[in-house]
Design a protein around this ligand. Structure first.
Ligand code: NAD
Ligand code: DAU
Length: 360
C-alpha cells in the first residue's frame, strides 16, 4: 500500500468516490494539473463506480486506487496513515434520488455513517496539527428543499429543508461536517451544487438515460407533467470549481455552485431529442415522439435554482460551458463511446477492477 517515494509528493489528497461521475472528472483534473500531488482514489465500486471512467489516469505515477468502503473505519484509518493524507475531497455517496426512495438505509449508511467515519479518521490523524489540512465535502442543492416557480434562488443562508431520503442523508452529512468544524476545529469546507451533466454519468440519471434510450429507440420517461425545473451545470465546470475551492476557499465556509441555467424537464428532454436527431442524421421530430409521461416521483421537488454569487465574487468562478455547447458535447461523447454504455447495460463494466488490478 505504501510507497518508497513518499517525499516526492507535496500533498497527499484522498478523493473518495473517484470512480463515479463527478469524482472521475475531479481525479483526472488533479492528476494532470498537479503532478506533485499524490491522488489517492478511495472507492467501494458500487454499481455506480466504474474504473473505465479513469482509464486515461490509471497509470499516472501520482495516482493510486484503493478499493474500500468509507464505512469501514479501520480501513479508512489505515489509508490515512499509509499515505499521510493531508487533504480530503469527499464525493463518495449514494447519489440517486429514486434509489433513495426504494432503499433509504443504504443512503443513511454511506452518506451519513460513511461521512462520519472519514471525519473521525481525519480528526484522529490531524488533531494537534490542523495547519495545511482540509476536509472538503461535496454536497448538493437538494438540502435546501424545493422552490416554487419564480420563487427566487437558494443562497448559502437558505434554511435546510430536505424532502427525499437522499437529500435528508446529504443534509445530515453536512451537519456532521459542520459539527466537526465547530466542536473539534477540524478545517472543513462544504459546497452545495446543482444538477451536473456530461461524460461518464451513470445512465440512471435523466440526461444519460434519455441519450441511451434515444439510441435504442425506446420510450423516454418524463415524470409527471415535466414541469419540474433543475439548474444544469457541465461537470467539468464543477470540477474546476472544486479545484478552486480546495485551494482558495476559506475553512468553515460554504459555497453554492450552480449553472445559472434553469430548464423545465420537458424542455430539456425536447432539446436532447432535437440535438440527438441532428447529430444522428435523423429527420427532425423523430426522437421527440418517444417522450412518454409516466407516474411522478414521490415527493418530487418542483424547482431547484442556485445563487452562485458568493463563489463568483469571492473566488472568481463562473461556468465556462454554455448549455447548448455542453449538451452537444455530452451527446457526442455518449455516441462516440457506445462501448462504455454497452458495458454498463450488459454489466461487463463490473469486471474492470479484476482485469486491471489483480496481480498489481
Ligand atoms: P455517483 O453515484 O456517480 O458516484 C458515487 C461514487 O461513490 C461511486 O464511484 C461509488 O462506487 C462510490 N461509493 C458509493 N458508496 C461508497 C462507499 N460506501 N464507500 C466508498 N465509495 C462509495 O455520484 P456523482 O453523481 O458523481 O456524485 C458525487 C458526489 O457529488 C455525491 O456526494 C453527490 O451527492 C454530490 N453531488 C452530485 C450532483 C450531481 O448532479 N450528480 C450534484 C451535486 C452534488
Ligand atoms: O440537484 C443536485 C442533484 O441532482 C444531485 O444531488 C443528485 O445526486 C443528482 O442525482 C441530481 O438529482 P435529480 O433527482 O435532480 O436528478 P435526476 O437526473 O434523477 O432527475 C432530474 C429531473 O428529471 C428530476 O426532476 C426527475 C426527472 N426525471 C428523472 C428520471 C431519472 C424524469 O422525469 N424521468 C426520469 O427517468
Amino acid at each position: 500500500m505504501n510507497d518508497d517515494n513518499d517525499n516526492q509528493f507535496h500533498r497527499n489528497i484522498l478523493v473518495t468516490g473517484g470512480a463515479g461521475f463527478i469524482g472521475s472528472h475531479v481525479v483526472r483534473l488533479f492528476v494532470r494539473k498537479y503532478p506533485r500531488y499524490r491522488i489517492v482514489n478511495l472507492d467501494k465500486l458500487t454499481y455506480a463506480g466504474n474504473l473505465a471512467n479513469l482509464a486515461d489516469a490509471e497509470n499516472a505515477p501520482n495516482y493510486v486506487f484503493e478499493r474500500a468502503d468509507i464505512c469501514d473505519f479501520e480501513r479508512v484509518r489505515e489509508i490515512f496513515a499509509a499515505y499521510a493524507i493531508d487533504g480530503v475531497i469527499h464525493l463518495a455517496a449514494e447519489s440517486h434520488v429514486d434509489r433513495s426512495i426504494k432503499d433509504p438505509f443504504a443512503f443513511a449508511r454511506t452518506n451519513v455513517a460513511g461521512t462520519l467515519s472519514l471525519l473521525q479518521a481525519a480528526r484522529e490523524r490531524w488533531e494537534g496539527d490542523f495547519a495545511g489540512k482540509l476536509f472538503y465535502h461535496i454536497s448538493t442543492d437538494e438540502v435546501y428543499g424545493a422552490l416554487g416557480l419564480g420563487e427566487g434562488l437558494f443562497t448559502e443562508e437558505t434554511r435546510y429543508a430536505p424532502h427525499s431520503p437522499y437529500s435528508a442523508s446529504k443534509a445530515s452529512s453536512d451537519h456532521f461536517v459542520r459539527a466537526f468544524h465547530d466542536t473539534y476545529g477540524l478545517p472543513t469546507l462544504i459546497t452545495n451544487c446543482s444538477n451536473n451533466y456530461g461524460p461518464n454519468q451513470f445512465p440512471e440519471k435523466l440526461i444519460p438515460l434519455c441519450i441511451s434510450l434515444i439510441r435504442q429507440g425506446k420510450p423516454l420517461p418524463v415524470y409527471g407533467t415535466g414541469e419540474n425545473v433543475r439548474d444544469w451545470l457541465y461537470v467539468e465546470d464543477h470540477a474546476r470549481a472544486i479545484d478552486l475551492v480546495f485551494h482558495r476557499g476559506k475553512a468553515g465556509e460554504t459555497y453554492n455552485i450552480g449553472g445559472f441555467n434553469e430548464r423545465r424537464n420537458i424542455d430539456l428532454v425536447k432539446t436532447l431529442c432535437a440535438t440527438a436527431d441532428r447529430l444522428l442524421g435523423k429527420p427532425a421530430g423523430t426522437s421527440e415522439k418517444l417522450i412518454t409521461f409516466v407516474r411522478d416521483r414521490a415527493g418530487h421537488d418542483l424547482r431547484y435554482a442556485i445563487d452562485a454569487t458568493k463563489i463568483r465574487h469571492e473566488l472568481g468562478w463562473t461556468p465556462a460551458v454554455s448549455f447548448d455547447e455542453g449538451i452537444e458535447k455530452t451527446i457526442r461523447w455518449y455516441l462516440d463511446n457506445q462501448q462504455w454504455l454497452d458495458d454498463i447495460l450488459s454489466g461487463n463494466y463490473r469486471d474492470y477492477y479484476e482485469k486491471t488490478y489483480s496481480g498489481r
